[in-house]
Ligand binder design. Structure first.
Ligand SMILES: Cc1cc2nc3c(=O)[nH]c(=O)nc-3n(C[C@H](O)[C@H](O)[C@H](O)COP(=O)(O)OP(=O)(O)OC[C@H]3O[C@@H](n4cnc5c(N)ncnc54)[C@H](O)[C@@H]3O)c2cc1C
Ligand SMILES: Cc1cc2nc3c(=O)[nH]c(=O)nc-3n(C[C@H](O)[C@H](O)[C@H](O)COP(=O)(O)O)c2cc1C
Length: 634
């Protein structure tokens, strides 16, 4: 009964932007879908019975996301609930937190929430949080678990997850589980914390009498429906994803010297007559395409797909609550889609496969030795072996499939959407000011490095933008709030941005010309090789708009290496003046995660100490909590 109510609620409250799920009735009229590749349809005889049996559980998974990771995680949990505990879980449900039925849900609920800005909730879940945190809080499900997605290089690590967890606990909605705090900095990415947590959760939530069937073929979320077939045309979203726009690349200029090891580009997109609105400090989320050699590699592996007629990609009848990411309708247009489009834009061939990919592969492998290998990767002690095979050398899913071509050939086409994750956008700080509304500029450090594999690793988005995206090509972009907020009052503003970290400060400085007392600390290797916007900043200094402190770490004076933090500690007089002045002091730090933010932080504490601040840690904490010390690291 509950499941029906939930489905009903979800249907009514579905936002316009999401593709409407195909109703069971429409599919029933259509008859059984025919796989587009002509492969036999997935055996469903081991599938779940639709009638709720005593002892089975209802599970609801609700996510809040900015760039889609939380949605991927929620999808995966839904699949797992369905696939592996199939005898125990009644219908699973998946919804965004914006449509979560607070007060009307007693299913065991898993909240998956990412973090944005400075420890903030993603836009799609702010309303949920204000309802949950209100004095008159609604009833909450008795059994809940919270999974947070965050990055420990940020000061406010996983704050939304921690807040939801604390509030649910207050309201009696959390059992024995602490929040699972996933960390981008973990060697295995978010699965490092997620996998063991889910293991414990299923163990606890799924009745002991129900046994998972490890040999059941995992269900695929999507079915391919040939556009040549006589099946009913599936419904398409009423509206395309509004926030995403296709914008022409109009500039791609290398800023670093040709003989410098780092290739960094100033890239611009035309934004005439665009709805892309941003503030200084915001980021552009950019969708790359796959490299041509990878698209070729894919079709070499699956030659039969190349000439398939266009097809509809629809939710499997058993998993109708899972929708396609709405942004793909903007990137590829309305369905049907061709395999060429899917291979170019939708699937990310460069992603590093996790355990789930091998869970799928082992079901289709028919060579006992290969099957055994995959079983090992998926087994309890297999994580390290898997890490050595995939994450450590950064082996991609396409390379894994190329390592096992005979197994790959046995994978039905709709399972490729399980094996290969969807393409996700990458964030780049906007380097141009909002007042230059004809373009958006970004500063892109091209990722290219070696591991013990033969071929160089190349950054999916940065390398593609720099090397494969021709001028004039339309690229999918949307604006995301950056985590740094410029001051709205007159202030001393200290900006510390080594490398590409300088990008948002260029935007702020240009946008707020004539405002604030601005100090920019910039760091790079050599004055003649990677001094981004050096000339521009020097001109601003000439016009008294900026005080500029560049550090060139490899242009050594004697044996001394010079970094931004070294420049900071020399500026105790400046800080002394700013701390005791009437104007407030704002400090911003942006750039690569790792040592820099920590070193800068301790350098700032150092100068504060010299400026006479007694308890520097407490002072800094006060600054952080009140927005006077803001960081954006990646
Ligand atoms: C808020 C925010 C703002 C950002 N702003 C900018 C910006 O202004 N400019 C900019 O260039 N980037 C910026 N980034 C980073 C950017 O989003 C991408 O992460 C970056 O461009 C790499 O993406 P990619 O698709 O090219 O590489 P991917 O294919 O995603 O590969 C990157 C991964 O490769 C691995 N890797 C990279 N180098 C090495 C190495 N030497 N050894 C081993 N492994 C390695 C790391 O695991 C890394 O996560 C920002 C990120 C965030 C979150
Ligand atoms: C602009 C931005 C700001 C972020 N701020 C934080 C933060 O303050 N704390 C944190 O733990 N993680 C932070 N993160 C990391 C994200 O929460 C993490 O990468 C997550 O996996 C993103 O999930 P999503 O794709 O579902 O939005 C930030 C990421 C970005 C891009």
């Amino acid at each position: 009964m509950l499941s029906r109510i939930l489905i009903l609620k979800m249907d009514i409250r579905l936002p316009k932007l999401l593709p409407r799920p195909i109703k069971r009735r429409e599919r029933a009229d259509a008859g059984p879908p025919k796989p587009a590749d002509g492969s036999p349809s997935t055996p469903k005889d081991e599938g779940p019975s639709k009638q709720k049996e005593p002892g089975r559980v209802d599970i609801l998974i609700a996510y809040g996301t900015t760039t889609g990771t939380a949605r991927d995680v929620a999808d995966r949990i839904a699949r797992e609930a369905y696939n592996y505990k199939i005898g125990c879980v009644d219908e699973g449900h998946l919804c965004g937190l914006f449509e979560y039925p607070l007060g009307g849900n007693n299913a065991k609920t898993i909240f998956v929430i990412s973090t944005t800005g400075q420890g903030e909730f993603p836009d799609d879940s702010r309303e949920f949080w204000s309802e949950l945190s209100a004095n008159t809080a609604p009833e909450v499900p008795i059994h809940s678990a919270v999974i947070g997605l965050g990055d420990s290089s940020y000061e406010m690590f996983n704050y939304p997850a921690k807040k939801i967890h604390r509030r649910l606990k207050q309201l009696g909605g959390i059992g024995k589980f602490e929040a699972c705090l996933c960390d981008d900095q973990h060697d295995l990415g978010y699965i490092g914390a997620l996998n063991p947590f889910l293991g414990r959760l299923w163990e606890d939530w799924v009745p002991k009498t129900c046994k998972a069937n490890p040999d059941a073929v995992p269900l695929a979320r999507y079915t391919l429906l040939s556009s040549n077939s006589e099946n009913v045309i599936p419904s398409q979203p009423d509206q395309m994803c509004d926030k995403l726009e296709l914008r022409k690349m109009i500039r791609n200029e290398r800023l670093t010297a040709e003989d410098h090891s780092q290739d960094t580009r100033l890239i611009a997109f035309e934004t005439e007559a665009s709805n892309l609105r941003f503030r200084a400090g915001d980021v552009a989320q950019v969708y790359p395409e796959n490299f041509p050699e990878n698209v070729k590699g894919f079709f070499d592996l699956f030659p039969q797909l190349k000439d398939q007629p266009p097809f509809f990609l629809i939710s499997d009848p058993d998993m109708q609550w899972i929708n396609l990411p709405p942004e793909f309708y903007r990137l590829c247009g309305a369905q049907p889609w061709t395999w060429e489009e899917v291979a170019l834009k939708l699937l990310n061939f460069q992603s590093i496969p996790g355990v789930y990919a091998f869970e799928i592969l082992r079901h289709f492998a028919n060579d006992p030795l290969i099957k055994e290998k995959f079983d090992d990767y998926c087994g309890p002690g297999g994580l390290e072996e898997l890490y050595n095979y995939t994450s450590r050398p950064r082996r991609t899913i396409l390379e894994v499939l190329l390592d096992f071509p005979s197994t790959a050939a046995l994978v039905p086409a709709n399972y490729l959407f399980e094996l290969i994750p969807f393409m996700r956008p990458r964030a780049f700080s906007i380097a141009s000011p909002p007042k230059e509304n004809h373009h958006i500029e970004i500063l892109v450090a091209v990722v290219q490095y070696k591991t013990n594999l033969k071929t160089d690793r190349k950054g999916t988005c940065s390398y593609w933008l720099a090397n494969y995206c021709p001028i004039g090509k339309e690229v999918g972009i949307f604006i995301d709030k950056g985590s740094m907020r410029p001051p709205t009052e007159n202030a001393h503003v200290v900006m510390i941005g080594p490398g590409t970290g300088v990008a948002p400060f260029r935007s702020m400085i240009k946008q707020h010309a004539g405002e604030w007392d601005k100090h920019l600390f910039f760091g790079c290797r050599n004055k003649n090789k990677d001094f981004y916007f050096g000339e521009e900043f020097s001109q601003m200094v000439g016009r008294n708009e900026l005080t500029f402190y560049p550090a060139f770490s490899r242009d050594r004076i004697g044996r001394k290496v010079n970094y931004v933090q070294d420049l900071l500690v020399k500026e105790d007089i400046l800080f002394n003046r700013m701390v005791y002045d009437n104007l407030p002091l704002y400090i911003y730090v942006c750039g690569r995660a790792g040592a820099m933010p920590k070193d800068v932080r301790s350098a700032v504490k150092n100068v504060l100490l010299h400026a006479g601040v007694f308890d520097t840690e407490e002072f800094l904490q006060y600054m952080i909590e009140n927005g006077y010390y803001q960081t954006e690291t990646y």
